[in-house]
Design a protein around this ligand. Sequence first.
Ligand code: SF4
Ligand code: SF4
Length: 96
Amino acid sequence: MWSAATLRFRWELGSLRRKGEYVPFKIIASQCTGCSACEPLCPNVAISEKEGHFVIEATKCTECVGHYDEPQCVAACPIDNTCVVDRSLPRYQAPG
Ligand code: SF4
Ligand code: SF4
């Protein structure tokens, strides 16, 4: 069962995609437990460990478009709202 926060996030992401907008993800460092569940799932090798927690290299993050229906880091993370959209960075432009 998804939490209300996760459902809200999924709705927001779906809304952005319907408008053709894509954004990179970031990991909230203070919430990351360093479990590493997300790291091997990223199709772009955008996730790495840094000083005990994990980070996303924004320029490599394509939101898993073309690989999976949903961002794998979000799907794998056991902590709600830890892998989140980073609105401060340029949007990934999906091909086509
Ligand atoms: S959304 Fe996908 S491509 Fe971006 S960091 Fe997460 S797993 Fe990697
Ligand atoms: S799955 Fe979540 S808690 Fe685990 S390393 Fe990745 S961001 Fe951190």
